[in-house]
Design a protein around this ligand. Structure first.
Ligand code: AMP
Ligand code: MG
Length: 402
């Protein structure tokens, strides 16, 4: 089944409002295994909407519109659909009663204009709107389905879950299931090269995406049944795990800090951080992990120069440019000052540059009896360096704890 989405609203074309309804619906269609081939934006103009609907009807089996169902003259979606199907809209007594009841519950009399929202055409049934006044439409004619949904996202999403999704689930002959495998430490081109044998498959497909927290591989399988699709994913997943091995740190919704937190909790260990170059981002990352109060003792954020002396990072030689010696000291201070089992230090520097910057990141892990230091050479865009420093530090800790 092929689908097309048309978002209606002049405000979308003026750039005043982002079209979040399309991304919501697109994600839902993917889950249902319905192919979305086109999505477009149309202003509040009956002729242009009608033209877009005509084109959509030629190439899609399912057309979903969002917006333009309000009570005012510029809400033209109902009229345009009636025009497309060459039917006359008429007030539907049941929809009219729903509207009257809706206003009565709020203690207001229904404004005259709202009667526009109670019309139907013979091919359509109304979809109740629990969060607003505009009912949706589900119209079926000549083997094609047209669904009209209200613009406000809370109304649209509630109507989707309750009325539209179940109907589409019955119609769709396929489901799509996907699994994301998250890696760190190998570049995008290298991952692409290494996994070439699994990348050429048509179903399941494997896509590679570069994200803040590393390179993600997303396996997507399409099948008639959920169980079959799940089984189809197993083989490329095993293959990817064999190829990328220790560079894999998680899947799907997992975050590195969440995984680290759970590992620490399981081992009964606590962690404290000292950081300078990353300006608090590492502490913030741990503090926002689930159950952080169970493992995260806190963080010390050092500026340059004077502040370091307060913690015994006396200058020289500890002032000036970051080094692995300073970072090891920072890790040890974090551990002792904050009473944690593990002290985690991070510092670094970047050569000033507007385009590509290079630099070094120093990570130290101090567990009292044993300690480890790692140095990373960095090269990348300047605005990314701090975030990447944090991610690589997290991955270093993950490697040690695992
Ligand atoms: P309408 O059904 O056209 O009266 O839309 C009412 C309101 O819904 C608009 O003023 C927007 O706030 C919101 N809205 C409409 N279309 C979209 C869209 N495509 N994405 C997100 N919000 C929307
Ligand atoms: Mg509108």
């Amino acid at each position: 089944m092929k689908a097309e989405i048309i978002s209606v609203g002049t405000e979308l074309l003026l750039g005043e409002l982002a079209d979040t309804n399309t991304s919501f619906i697109a994600g839902q269609l993917a889950m249902l295994g319905i192919d979305l081939h086109h999505a477009s934006l149309v202003g509040d103009n009956r002729e242009r909407l009608l033209a877009a609907l005509r084109q959509a009807r030629q190439r899609a089996d399912l057309i979903i519109t969002t917006g333009g169902l309000g009570p005012t003259q510029d809400d033209i979606t109902r009229e345009a659909i009636a025009g497309l199907l060459e039917e006359e809209p008429a007030v539907d007594p049941a929809l009219k009663q729903d509207l009257i009841d809706y206003f009565a519950r709020r203690g207001i009399e229904m404004p005259e204009n709202n009667i526009r929202q109670a019309v139907l055409i013979p091919s359509a049934v109304g979809l109740p709107n629990l969060r607003g006044t505009a009912p949706g439409w589900w119209a079926e004619k000549e083997g094609k389905v047209i669904v009209a949904l209200p613009g406000p996202p809370p109304e649209l999403q509630a109507m989707w879950q309750r009325e539209v999704y179940p109907r589409l689930e019955k119609m769709s002959s396929a489901v799509i299931i996907s699994r994301t495998i998250k890696t760190w430490g190998v570049g995008e081109a290298k991952v692409d090269e290494m996994t070439a044998p699994v990348l050429s498959a048509k179903n399941p497909t494997v896509g590679i995406y570069s994200k803040q927290d590393g390179i993600h591989l997303r396996i997507t399988a399409k099948a008639a049944e959920k169980e079959t699709a799940r089984k189809m994913i197993a083989r490329p997943e095993a293959e990817i795990r064999r190829i990328l091995g220790d560079n894999i740190w998680g899947t799907d919704e997992e975050t590195l800090e969440g995984i680290l937190g759970q590992l620490l909790i399981k081992k009964g260990l606590t962690l404290a951080v000292a950081e300078s170059f990353t300006g608090g981002l590492l502490s913030y990352t741990f503090a926002s992990a689930p159950e952080s109060e169970r493992f995260f003792r806190g963080g010390i954020i050092l500026g340059g120069g004077e502040a370091r002396t307060a913690f015994g990072l006396k200058s020289p030689p500890l002032a000036g440019r970051a080094s692995d010696g300073i970072t090891a000291k920072m890790a040890s201070i974090a551990r002792t000052e904050l009473g944690a089992d593990i002290g985690f230090g991070i510092d670094g520097y970047a050569e000033p540059s507007v385009d590509i910057s290079t630099g070094k990141i120093f990570v130290a892990i101090d567990a009292g009896k044993s300690s480890q230091s790692v140095t990373h050479n960095y090269s990348g865009r300047p605005h990314q360096i701090v975030r990447r420093a944090v991610q690589s530090a997290l991955f270093d800790l993950y490697r040690v704890l695992r």
